[in-house]
Ligand binder design. Structure first.
Ligand SMILES: [Zn+2]
Length: 358
């Protein structure tokens, strides 16, 4: 009996040990290509912040690890980055109207943000920046045409920083730096947009009069200035205090001379948020995606600006990520690609980064 009791206890102990061995705070997507990253954190308890859809900015749990980065995509160019007790929002376009599938949160839910980086001043990138900025006290950064547009809205001027992206503008925050780099807005050819939009307008449901009325004040909180194209689109390189680098771009234009110069100095980035271009046709979208791959040489890519309204709108169709991922991986087999749904978290152990090797 004693022996049987002992074996039962051993079996129980083994089960407990193996359950503990399986536990880990989160699964870093780079674990796909790096056994060291995959093994890191084994035997540590699960981090709820890396499994919940609730934004840290809206009162959700912040990552437990000091060097854990939690990323959530929230439609279009919107991302939340939670790191080192800070909340960074990339773009601010949450209240999109009933034409869209619900994001599961509203601009008014956001109570906490330290920094808002605006990629450009079209309404579908900045319409909620003033309200969130003034409520949270976050610093809001954008190109001249973007901050001129903000100045017409209700946000204290001392919170707003204007950048040109032409160099010498490194911004320092608590636990990270931000380098603005002049990008360029997407410019899909007229021969393409006229054909596709005429066809789609015949096939897609039109927004109702109520939806059009709803969209008007949202659109009024952005700019339609042509300056957005060549002087109003900013890419940002965020460098965390571990050395982990993130590149953010929210419009699918060509890579600029300023970006090429910055990347020649920086080398590679650990994580790139790159837009899926508005070119409709897969070979053209792939060609733009490969230009980003060559320019930024990221370890991980997460797409942005690939969702769309349910009606015929300014972005009439969701843009598929898989054809781009396949084409990128054919050139860079070690590339890790991540495309999730609204607000699903992805966590990174940023102690592993390209600057320090892994
Ligand atoms: Zn735009």
């Amino acid at each position: 009996m004693a022996r049987a009791g002992l074996s039962a206890a051993l079996v129980t102990a083994c089960v407990l040990v193996s359950a503990a061995a399986l536990a880990r705070p989160f699964s870093d997507p780079r674990g796909e290509v790096s056994e060291r990253i995959d093994q890191a954190g084994a035997n540590e308890p699960r981090d709820p912040a890396c499994h919940a859809r609730k934004l840290v900015a809206a009162g959700g749990a912040a990552p437990r690890g000091r060097h854990t980065l939690a990323v959530r995509w929230i439609g279009y160019g919107n991302f939340e980055l939670a790191y080192g007790g800070q909340v960074i929002l990339l773009d601010a376009y949450y209240d999109r109207g009933s034409e869209f599938m619900p994001l599961g949160m509203a601009a008014g839910d956001i109570t906490r943000a330290n920094l808002i980086l605006l990629g450009h001043g079209h309404f579908d990138h900045m319409s909620d920046a003033a309200s969130i900025g003034s409520r949270t006290g976050a610093t809001v950064v954008g190109a001249p045409i973007t901050t001129e547009t903000l100045a017409k809205q209700s946000i204290p001027a001392q919170q707003v920083r204007t950048v040109s992206g032409r160099g010498g503008e490194l911004l320092t925050f608590n636990g990270f730096t931000v380098e603005p780099i002049l990008g360029r807005h997407g410019e899909p050819g007229k021969h393409l947009t006229e054909v596709m939009e005429t066809a789609l307008a015949q096939l897609m449901p039109a927004p109702t009069a109520a939806q059009e009325a709803e969209a008007k004040p949202i659109a009024a909180r952005g700019t339609f200035s042509p300056r957005v194209i060549d002087e109003g689109t900013i890419a940002y390189v965020i460098t965390l205090d571990t050395g982990f680098r993130i590149l953010y771009r929210d419009s699918g234009g060509v890579v600029t001379a300023e970006e090429k110069a910055a990347m020649a100095r920086i080398g590679r980035v650990d994580l790139a948020f790159t837009p899926i271009s508005a070119d409709y046709i897969n070979p053209m979208m792939i060609s733009q995606a490969l230009e980003y791959l060559h320019a930024y040489q990221p370890a991980v890519v997460m797409p942005d600006h690939h969702d769309a309204p349910r009606t015929m709108g300014h972005v009439p169709q969701w843009r598929a990520t898989e054809p781009l991922f396949e084409a990128m991986k054919a050139e860079a087999p070690e590339l890790v690609t991540v495309s999730k749904e609204y607000r699903e978290p992805t966590c990174f152990n940023t102690e592993f980064n390209l600057q320090h090797g892994y």
